[in-house]
Design a protein around this ligand. Structure first.
Ligand SMILES: Cc1ncc(COP(=O)(O)O)c(C=O)c1O
Length: 518
């Protein structure tokens, strides 16, 4: 048995716990250490007369104790002497952040307790002022829009590549970015990219980083789905190693941290640290959860010490799944053949996108079937696909169950037990209208008084909301953009197709929220 499967057998599949702390205490290697966890262990015997009110669990409701665990209450402490201060780290948090910076190749790393959204908003507020321009892909996560609104910056959008068959956006091609940086985005202060995509495709950022830097721009990366990249050579090249100035990573999404726990890594001198610290403090609670920070500390340790072996294991499992899916008639899971297409230089093989469109059903139906009939929950679904994330926490049995579930799905479709909703929904999807002119910055648009008007009357008005249609998952309107007649015509067609719509308050698209004309 090799190291990987031994580790996984002991620590993952059987959930057997060993005395990790004794290992940690004897450790001589810095990356073996977990300073936040060590500080929590040292604090466990202290008699408490301070927040939180549950007093290490003794005051907690027994139901909560039994479900959430006594240890989690015991370790739910806050900023008391010896436990450091996330706003001014100088003790165990500083040590843990320094170890994370070392492991992730950053100059400084910040522990973020309000999601990758918080990390993104911090790096944006540290970089952009009201009125600054930032070049971003059109299909950003909503946390980036929130950051742009908070900062007052004006976005210049670049369209990502789009795969018609798979029905989702890939990365932005380097040549589109370079064109933009020489044209409309010439005066931009920063470029903010999302790399990898949710589906695990990624681009090589190296030459873009050099070009952006050569014209004085900062490169920020939403690397929410890439905290594991640095620890395995078969994974896409990480943002910081490609030259990015800052990268926001969702340690809770892919590696072992608790939900919400994220990293913000910064490298080089282009980002002013004093300003970054101020932005971090504006956005961060003064009572950060030590459970979240301890989980970041441990996730870093696990990646630094065992990342390569654990990821070998996850990549192998994902390979078994991908091959199994591709042997089931009617299903397709793309692999390395996508690399080299426009907008794809690398693929994270632990993301397995299962395309169900040949069955005539939607990805939403497949997700629902797997959940309701097989007790399997995938990461998400869209019109044509379900997305599965394979982690080193999965077992070979999980893969067998999923493959069995997928075979049952195909049988259910063939036996007429599942209606072919895709065939009904899939009229031809119209081409996206051109990117509209931005009349107001998103912040000005959302601050302005607004009114709700019928879609038919919206031509020429300024949107005060975002409208995204799936597929393609690329927003049609952002706040501040002028609604053209082409956009109205597009949305009128979309309304009649049963596609996913997100953003507008009125999901039926009968009305739109627009800036009031004064
Ligand atoms: C690409 C991307 N960026 C940012 C986020 C925000 O992450 P969080 O939910 O941790 O705030 C997500 C969430 O799924 C995401 O997919």
């Amino acid at each position: 048995m090799n190291v990987t499967s031994e580790y996984v057998e002991k620590n993952v599949n059987t959930h057997e716990t060993k005395d990790i702390l004794s290992v940690v205490k004897q450790a001589s290697l810095a990356q073996e250490r977990t300073p936040v966890i060590e500080a929590l262990a040292a604090y466990s015997k202290v008699t408490r007369f301070h927040m939180p009110g549950h007093r290490g669990g003794r005051g907690a409701d027994p139901i909560a104790l039994s479900v959430l665990g006594e240890q989690s209450y015991l370790n739910d402490v806050t900023g008391v002497p010896g436990m450091d201060d996330l706003h001014e780290p100088h003790g165990c948090i500083k040590e843990a952040q320094d170890l994370a910076a070392q492991a992730f190749g950053a100059d400084s790393t910040y522990f973020v307790v309000n999601g990758t959204s918080g990390a993104i908003q911090t790096m944006v507020l540290a970089t952009l002022d009201d009125g600054d321009t930032v070049v971003i892909p059109r299909n950003i996560h909503k946390s980036i829009l929130a950051a742009i609104i908070l900062s007052g910056a004006r976005p210049v959008f670049v369209l990502p590549c789009y795969d018609e068959y798979l029905g989702f956006a890939l990365g932005v091609e380097e040549k589109s970015l370079l064109e933009c940086l020489k044209g409309e985005g010439k005066d931009a202060k920063a470029v903010l990219l999302v790399n990898p995509t949710y589906y695990g495709t990624a681009v090589d950022l190296s030459s873009l980083a050099s070009f952006a830097h050569s014209c004085g721009k900062v490169l920020l990366v939403d690397e929410a789905h890439g905290p594991h990249f640095r620890f395995h050579p078969a994974l896409p090249k990480p943002a910081l190693d490609s030259g990015a100035d800052a990268a926001a990573q969702g340690a809770h999404k892919i590696i072992g941290a608790f939900t919400q726990a994220s990293f913000l890594h910064v490298k080089g001198t282009r980002i002013d640290r004093a300003r970054l610290k101020a932005a971090f403090q504006y956005l961060t609670t003064t009572s950060p959860s030590y459970l979240l920070m301890a989980s970041l500390d441990a996730a870093r340790r696990q990646m630094a010490l065992y990342g390569k072996d654990l990821l070998d294991y996850a990549i192998n499992l994902a390979g078994v799944l991908r091959e199994g899916v591709n042997r089931i008639p009617g299903l397709y899971a793309f692999g390395d053949e996508v690399t080299g297409k426009p907008g794809v230089d690398f693929l994270d093989p632990t993301k397995v996108t299962i395309t169900v469109r040949e069955l005539g059903i939607t990805g939403y139906q497949a997700e629902k079937f797997l959940r309701s009939k097989k007790g399997i929950q995938v990461e998400m679904s869209d019109l044509y696909n379900v997305l599965v994330i394979v982690s080193f926490g999965n077992s070979p049995q999980d893969i067998t169950l999923l493959l069995d579930g997928l075979k049952s799905l195909v049988d259910a479709v063939h036996h007429g037990e599942l209606p072919k909703d895709l065939l009904a929904a899939q009229k031809s999807i119209p081409a996206l209208p051109p990117i509209p002119e931005m009349a107001l910055s998103p912040r000005r648009a959302v601050e302005s008084p607004w009114e709700r008007i019928r879609l038919e009357e919206a031509g020429g008005r300024i949107s005060s909301e975002v409208v995204t249609v799936y597929p393609p998952g690329i927003p049609i309107l952002y706040p501040g953009e002028v609604i053209t007649r082409e956009t109205v015509a597009y949305l009128n067609i979309i309304k009649k197709l049963a596609f996913g719509i997100s953003g507008p308050e009125d999901r039926t698209l009968t009305t739109l929220r627009v800036v009031k004309e004064m």
